[in-house]
Design a protein around this ligand. Structure first.
Ligand SMILES: [Zn+2]
Length: 413
């Protein structure tokens, strides 16, 4: 139940923010925030610029939970929140978004500079414009509408901006959740708008486990004309890639909550080996991205992978070293009847005129850490899901529409 008159007022106010939202997107995009694991210098500058913008908009309450990190110039990875007190002070509605972005990748695949956001056909383009700035901006302006209209929201509002999401390095929400201070309440509604679908009809309540592995195969380098004097690491690794497809058969459970409904095991990144054609490579490195249904234990997956690798080691007389680049065992889902799911369904129906359903996804979000700590959390966004791609972009209407969904949540009693 919400006061429709007040909600109409807030929505009209949000509609006036179109240009301001684009401006904030431009400021945020111009400040690359790549984590050190991805070769960047962290999120501090972006966090500082964002905070300055928030102060100019009228936000007054801030709390900081930075994490120490010597691998970035600032020595810290920023995590901070801003809040607006509502009529109901016992429950807070949280929207958590992440500051970091992934690197642009191959620059020649982009139509323009990834760090200079621009508008074309009602979309805003640039690295980070969708992931996660679309909803960062939406949540900020949803809250700002209450400040500008001088309306006290029904529920207290918490906007949390975290570091280190893209590489799950423990300096973001992980760090925050491990602090002794209880920042989130068990009755709070927590929304992580970092995944969804183009219709806005998917409320994500479960995630697959994530396992990223590196495979370093060592043979013996030699001249291309005398392969008998060496041991081709590339050949052995290629054989290994084909053998790893067996995982799909071993872990073949189907869970219709997810799309796709199966565990996936995909070879992805490949490191360059020798610089010339007439050298037999003595070393080969490739990576695999596994998204495993929560019914499986990742330890069992790793055991099977080790078995496969050992057979290849024997057959080719090579050494295969497997490194864990990312390991997130998913936990029990948020219940489909959790109050935050109902609240979102009501808001989505009001703004987008559709019935959203609860489901699972393969993408990892910070929600996994929250679920681990038993906070009911819903991941939702109306998003075209082109994060991490060249020419990343978001429809400006998504920013406005999602802002209204968040505002609706803030007004629900
Ligand atoms: Zn994201």
């Amino acid at each position: 139940m919400i006061d429709e008159n007040i909600f109409e007022k807030i929505c009209r106010r949000i509609d006036t923010y179109r240009t301001d939202m684009i401006e904030l997107q431009k400021v945020l995009t111009a400040t690359p925030a790549v984590g050190p694991i991805n070769g960047g210098d962290g999120e501090m500058l972006k966090a500082q610029r964002l905070k300055k913008c928030l102060i100019e908009m009228g936000f007054t309450t801030f709390r900081h939970y930075d994490a120490l990190d010597e691998s970035v110039t600032a020595g810290l990875r920023p995590n901070f929140l801003t809040a607006i007190e509502g009529k109901n002070r016992t429950r807070k509605i949280w929207v958590i978004t992440h500051l970091d972005i992934v690197p642009p990748g191959e620059l020649n695949l982009w139509s323009a500079d990834p760090y200079i956001a621009y508008v074309k056909d009602n979309h805003i383009y640039g690295r980070g414009t969708e992931d996660n700035q679309q909803d960062m901006v939406a949540s900020i302006f949803a809250a700002k509408a209450f400040l500008d209209e001088e309306i006290t929201p029904s529920q207290s509002i918490g906007l949390f901006f975290v570091a280190d999401e893209e590489t799950s390095g423990g300096k973001g929400l992980y760090h925050v959740l491990d602090l002794p201070e209880m920042i989130f309440g068990k009755d709070d509604f927590i929304v992580v708008p970092d995944s969804g679908n183009p219709e806005g009809s998917l409320i994500e309540i479960a995630e697959k486990s994530i396992l990223w592995l590196g495979f370093k195969t060592r043979g013996l380098q030699c001249h291309g004309s005398k392969p008998q004097l060496g041991n081709n690491a590339f050949s052995a690794a290629s054989y290994l890639v084909t053998k790893l497809t067996k995982l799909r058969k071993i872990f073949d459970m189907i869970d219709p909550l997810f799309d796709p409904p199966v565990s996936t095991f995909e070879p992805t990144k490949k490191e360059a080996n020798v610089g010339n054609i007439n050298t037999i490579p003595g070393e080969d490195i490739f990576y695999m991205d596994c998204r495993v249904l929560p019914q499986y234990n990742l330890q069992d997956v790793i055991a099977e992978i080790n078995k496969i690798a050992q057979k290849v080691e024997k057959k080719f007389s090579v050494n295969i070293e497997i490194s864990h680049q990312q390991y997130v065992q998913s936990t029990h889902p948020t219940p489909a009847n959790a109050p935050v799911v109902y609240a979102l369904q009501e808001a989505i129906e009001k703004i987008y005129h559709l019935k959203a359903h609860a489901g699972g996804v393969g993408a990892g979000t910070v929600a996994a850490y929250l679920r681990k700590k038993d906070y009911p959390v819903a991941v939702w966004s109306k998003t075209n899901m082109n994060a991490h791609q060249p020419d990343e972009n978001c429809p400006i209407d998504n920013m406005l529409g999602n802002a209204k969904v968040f505002a609706h949540l803030f007004l629900q009693v």
